[in-house]
Design a protein around this ligand. Structure first.
Ligand SMILES: [Zn+2]
Length: 585
């Protein structure tokens, strides 16, 4: 755990405008900066960055957070990694938490360097090897495409890497998965006589390799093992190179082979990535959905492709989000994306993508093939088989509901969930559509805008079970307990992955609008506060007046007196419009 106060200081030292601008060109628009959102596809800018409040919000897709969140969302870094990245830019040292300390970081750096050295070596070897060059040419690959993806060649030599590294005995070479230590201390290169595809992380650092045989050897593809740098269920081949194209297309294509990615890019389809010899994982889907509104999985049209597609569907279900599209494309028998784009060109391939089977259709089709819909038993079975899959679609309640409706009409029986309301947490909105915002909401926003206002709030608020009132009470308690929560950015950051996050994000977005319109927050705050105090006073008076004065505990007596006072103050406040304090309003 990185201490909260370190995070707060870090957020005070970095400027979110600088951080965002490295990836997204920003334009000044009034008090804020704007851009076309990097997280969804749009024509006019709704992505807004506040230089004073130090957070961003997209009015289109709801992307929202601090400089830390931005790095995480944009580069796919984890929280700790993003904090470290920002800290290193400001020259701050992330405090040692006792588990992950600096020697390990140094170790990782060393591994990154070794991978870079190896990639450089393999690349140089490719130029020297006529057979490898001929192989790639034969497959129709241009020099540009090979260079873009940093392709190389591992020589047919047991200790080829010894020519590239300082110390072939270094343990780190093993740890990086580059060499294998056999029995009797014999060490040799893992990759020999193979065309090498460097696998990079999202930041462009080489973390692993995929090596393909030139002739008929086995295995056809050999990948780096899992290492401290490389977790194959998380990374995607080609993501670093494809990022921009994915964002501008709003769509990502997931294929099965490295060669598919390289060949598609060569033909102008630059938004493709490949899994690393496994079925696509839930982690990978989540990552891709942060970058694009649509994913198309491309599979070979044979039985194996169908099976792989089903696994992809199963792993995707927990990540499907309403409003995003997942499609499944089955290529004609005997084709893969590589051969298809070579034979038919980009336009034909993209036409196929547009015809990809939507996830919902694929799911119901597959289920229907497993049952006999002509018998009542078969219909029951269809419902029984399908329900568990729909239950997993927690992030897509609307799609799940629509599928349940289709299921009901296919089976002729009401699905169990039709009677029930949509599962999953409905998003709670504290915005009162139409009418005036409630005083809780106004105070909540004013508090986000300037957390120092907490000092002016009463000890307790009126009893109110509404989500807005609960959120306000929660924020007040937080601000009183944690002295370090002084600024909007700290508040935004402190709600990361908290149950109230969605509600807070909405309120924070409204604050951004205030900033843009030079809204008189102070006047609203005072008004709302008076209303709340009056309300609390009335509540307390009602509660307490049911008791005799001598029945009251000392505590209750104080509250009772305070409530009377609050009542008086609010009367004074509303009568005091002309006392000069209102002149600045
Ligand atoms: Zn957006």
């Amino acid at each position: 755990m990185i201490p909260q106060d370190f995070i707060q200081t870090l957020l005070d030292r970095v400027d979110i405008v600088d951080v965002v601008e490295r990836y997204v060109p920003l334009k000044k628009a009034g008090a804020n900066y704007q851009a076309r959102c990097p997280f969804h596809n749009e024509k006019s800018p709704s992505f807004t960055v506040s230089p004073t409040k130090q957070f961003y919000h997209c009015f289109g897709c709801g992307a929202h957070g601090t400089a830390i969140t931005f790095l995480m969302q944009h580069t796919g870094m984890g929280f700790v990694e993003a904090v470290k990245e920002l800290a290193s830019r400001t020259g701050m040292q992330v405090p040692d938490d006792g588990t992950r300390n600096n020697p390990e970081d140094g170790r990782r750096e060393q591994l990154y360097e070794l991978m870079e050295t190896a990639a450089h070596f393999y690349k140089g070897e490719l130029k020297n090897n006529a057979a490898a060059v001929a192989y790639l040419k034969n497959r129709g690959l241009t020099g540009e495409a090979a260079a873009r993806y940093g392709l190389g060649y591992a020589p047919d030599d047991w200790q080829g890497l010894a020519r590239a590294v300082a110390d072939y005995q270094d343990k780190a070479l093993e740890e990086a998965g580059l060499i294998i230590a056999g029995e009797g201390g014999k060490r040799y290169d893992r990759f020999r006589h193979r065309v090498m595809f460097p696998i990079k992380n999202e930041r462009g650092k080489v973390i692993a390799f995929g090596g393909r045989v030139l002739d008929k050897g086995e295995p056809k593809y050999l990948n780096s093992p899992e290492t401290p740098l490389f977790h194959k269920g998380r990374e995607l081949y080609g993501l670093h190179e494809a990022r921009r194209a994915i964002q501008s297309a709003g769509r990502v294509i997931v294929v099965e082979g490295y060669m598919d990615v390289v060949m598609l890019a060569q033909h102008g389809v630059e938004n493709a990535v490949a899994t690393l010899g496994t079925a696509v994982t839930s982690d990978q889907v989540e990552r891709l959905l942060r970058l694009a509104d649509a994913i198309v999985f491309a599979f070979d049209g044979d039985a194996a492709g169908r099976k792989a597609a089903w696994r992809a569907l199963e792993n995707s279900l927990p990540q499907v989000v309403d409003g995003k599209r997942l499609g499944f494309l089955f290529l004609p028998e005997g084709e893969d994306p590589d051969s298809y784009v070579r034979g038919h060109g980009r336009a034909a391939f993209e036409a196929l993508l547009d015809k990809a089977l939507p996830l919902s259709q694929f799911l119901l089709d597959e289920m229907a093939t497993k049952t006999d819909l002509t018998s009542p038993e078969g219909k029951v079975r269809l419902v029984k088989l399908t329900e568990p899959y729909l239950d997993q679609m927690r992030k897509a309640p609307l799609l799940a509901r629509s599928l349940r409706r289709q299921l009901a009409s296919m089976s002729g029986m009401p699905s169990r969930a039709q009677a029930r309301f949509t599962p999953g947490a409905p998003s709670v909105s504290i915005q009162k559509r139409g009418g005036q915002p409630s005083p809780y909401r106004v105070v909540l926003q004013a508090l986000i805008q300037d957390p120092a206002r907490v000092a002016r709030l009463p000890e307790v608020l009126p009893n109110d079970a509404s989500p807005e009132a609960q959120a306000l009470t929660g924020l007040m308690a937080r601000l009183r307990q944690q002295a370090g929560l002084r600024l909007t950015r700290h508040v935004v950051e402190s709600y990361r992955e908290q149950p109230e996050q969605t509600l807070m994000e909405e309120a924070e977005a409204a604050v951004l609008v205030w900033e843009e319109t030079e809204h008189d927050v102070e006047a609203d705050f005072r008004g709302a506060l008076a209303t709340l105090e009056e309300h609390a006073g009335r509540q307390a008076a009602t509660d307490l007046s049911r008791k005799q004065l001598h029945e009251l505990s000392p505590d209750e007596r104080v509250r009772f007196l305070r409530s009377l006072q609050a009542k008086k103050l609010s009367v004074l406040a509303s009568a005091g419009e002309g006392d000069g304090r209102g002149d600045s309003d």
